[in-house]
Design a protein around this ligand. Structure first.
Ligand SMILES: Nc1ncnc2c1ncn2[C@@H]1O[C@H](COP(=O)(O)OP(=O)(O)OP(=O)(O)O)[C@@H](O)[C@H]1O
Ligand SMILES: [Mg+2]
Length: 267
């Protein structure tokens, strides 16, 4: 009987055969081929995710810095905004750290977590996006002022920052596409007994059901220049801190991302 043709990897396609069951030799050969393929695929996808992930995270802070510079250009003289200058410096530092980690791939940095209060952290995150939001005619609202006590979690701050940068940036992009002049991104925190929920809602373009099902898949993107890694990496980060991340969206109402994190007193 004629054997199926070898494909580009030198592997025979797995098509049904009409001859009797494979011999042990054929069976072992097939297993070896599958193992090789699986190993190559895994190695390749890890490298891709890593390389594209780092490049992606370098893009985000650069966009923010650009936004600030555009905003303050006309009144550079009146610039005495040390708070903003500090934030910009922190972004530059984060970018530098990522590149350094990338260069030291042989020794990946150990993930460290620290006790942190979500409220000032989220205020800083919104401050980072103020200028970009203004440029996109978008309002940023929040309910952070109602929290008089700290909301403490155990997190790696740099990674958590990465999550909010991704989600808020997506929200702004979803609003920009609609060209609407009443864009709105609202961030709300809800404290429960065991955990805290952070909702990030936008009135942007929204998603149909099939997009919604795919947003957390690696490399899924509907954008010309997107990597499709922002949400994939964000969900990984949240899950690695024992949290969860979900999305609800519709083309008419926009999108809400929900992030749940365990509160510190329960860890
Ligand atoms: N707020 C949102 N509104 C509408 N669609 C969204 C929203 N957030 C994500 N999406 C959809 O999910 C896809 C995946 O998002 P993700 O952040 O992972 O990658 P990306 O934004 O396409 O690329 P990158 O983050 O590299 O710029 C987007 O391409 C878009 O289709
Ligand atoms: Mg994105």
């Amino acid at each position: 009987m004629e054997q199926p043709k070898l494909n580009t990897k030198g592997i025979r396609p797995l098509i049904p055969r009409h001859d009797p069951s494979p011999t042990i030799e054929e069976h072992n050969h097939l297993i070896h081929q599958l193992e090789t393929l699986a190993f190559e695929n895994h190695a390749l996808s890890s490298i891709h995710i890593l390389v594209a992930g780092v490049a992606h995270e370098i893009k985000n802070p650069l966009t923010i810095m650009k936004g600030f510079l555009q905003l303050i250009k006309p009144d550079l003289d009146k610039l005495q905004k040390s708070e903003i200058a500090d934030l910009l410096l922190a972004e530059i530092q984060r970018t530098t750290n990522l590149v350094e980690e990338f260069l030291q791939l042989a020794r990946p940095a150990k993930q460290t977590t620290e006790r942190m209060d979500l409220i000032p952290f989220l205020k800083d995150m919104l401050l980072l996006f103020q200028s970009e939001a203004k440029l996109n005619k978008c309002e940023l609202t929040n309910n952070l002022q109602k929290f008089k006590q700290p909301i403490e979690v155990m997190m790696n701050q740099g990674q958590l920052k990465q999550v909010f940068l991704n989600v808020i940036k997506n929200g702004l992009e979803a609003i920009r596409i609609t060209n609407r002049k009443d864009g709105l991104i609202s961030l709300s925190v809800h404290q429960h007994f065991h955990f805290v929920t952070i909702n990030i809602r936008d009135n942007g373009i929204g998603m149909d059901a099939s997009t919604q099902d795919s947003v957390f898949n690696p490399f899924y993107t509907t954008k010309e220049k997107g990597t499709g890694l922002g949400l994939f990496l964000s969900k990984q980060i949240i899950q690695s801190h024992n949290g969860s991340m979900n999305v609800k969206s519709s083309p008419s109402f926009g999108t809400t991302f929900s992030i749940q994190l365990p509160l510190l007193h329960l860890i």
